[in-house]
Design a protein around this ligand. Structure first.
Ligand code: ATP
Length: 245
């Protein structure tokens, strides 16, 4: 399988000494990598460095087999991301926002806009101004924007935030389908750990800026425990170990 993303020993230290320390991970086409960890563990910081929104202090990020900073725009034209601010314009309809977004990329067919709106379940609301959308609908619109240019890698920070049950089920289904049928690789963070465990092919557990485990998802990994319990046990064990060092 083609390696889509290779992160090696990436670090970022903020002025308050917090951040991310020596994190490595790899994603192949069709992988769904779920990033989990407590508040402040460093998930968003890591995703921002991969998406080119934050410059790492050290380490390397390779996208599609090349250093990310080499031909950055070309590499990013194959990446879709939603990190923190969803970038939704309240005075524009979903259709108009996606038309604007499509101008940033060459060759986005008009039919593609309808397609992604269907994929995220917003087609029926496409002509309404986004200012009147619920949080979950805004989240869906941001996701549509990230999928518009048929990226090979999609990075989503807390994509389930604000989604209702149906929205979550549709999101899971869309991610599964895109990964299995089109080989799209996904890097997701979520606090809905058990939910992430149902779609991720691999998980990474972060704690206090470090990636303490990366594991292939398989039922025997956490046995009779839920993934949430398993991850918590790993995080506690890691904290105890660092207390004794
Ligand atoms: P959450 O689950 O709460 O979103 P997270 O795992 O995404 O957390 P980050 O937002 O990456 O964590 O933050 C990692 C650490 O870096 C935290 O301790 C946070 O306080 C710190 N941090 C993040 N952004 C900044 C910043 N701009 N300036 C200073 N410290 C920051």
């Amino acid at each position: 399988m083609e390696t889509v993303l290779k992160v090696k020993d990436v670090s970022k230290r903020y002025k308050n000494n917090r951040g991310v320390r020596d994190v490595s991970l790899e994603l192949a086409a069709g992988d769904i990598f779920g990033l989990i960890g407590p508040n402040g563990a460093g998930k968003t910081t890591l995703l921002k460095m991969i998406a080119g929104l934050l410059r790492p202090d050290g380490g390397t990020v390779e996208l599609f087999g090349r250093p990310a900073e080499e031909r950055f725009e070309q590499a990013m034209s194959q990446v879709g991301c939603v990190i923190e601010a969803a970038g939704v314009y309240p005075n524009l309809s979903a259709c108009d926002q996606l038309r604007q977004a499509a101008r940033f990329y060459p060759n986005v067919a008009r039919s593609r806009i309808d397609r992604v709106l269907e994929q995220v379940g917003l087609y029926a609301y496409r002509k309404e101004k986004a200012g009147g959308y619920s949080l979950g609908m805004k989240q869906r619109l941001a996701l549509a924007g990230a999928l518009l240019h048929e990226p090979k890698l999609v990075i989503l920070d807390e994509p389930a935030n604000g989604l209702d049950m149906e929205g979550m089920a549709e999101l899971r289904e869309a991610i599964r389908r895109l990964a299995a049928e089109d080989g799209v690789a996904f890097l997701l963070s979520s606090h809905l750990v058990n939910d992430l465990g149902t779609i991720a092919t691999r998980i990474g557990i972060m704690s206090e800026g470090s990636m303490i485990r990366t594991e292939l998802v398989q039922a025997e990994l956490w046995g009779p425990m839920s993934l949430e319990h398993y991850a918590l046990a790993q995080i506690r064990e890691d904290r105890e170990k660092s207390c004794h060092e």
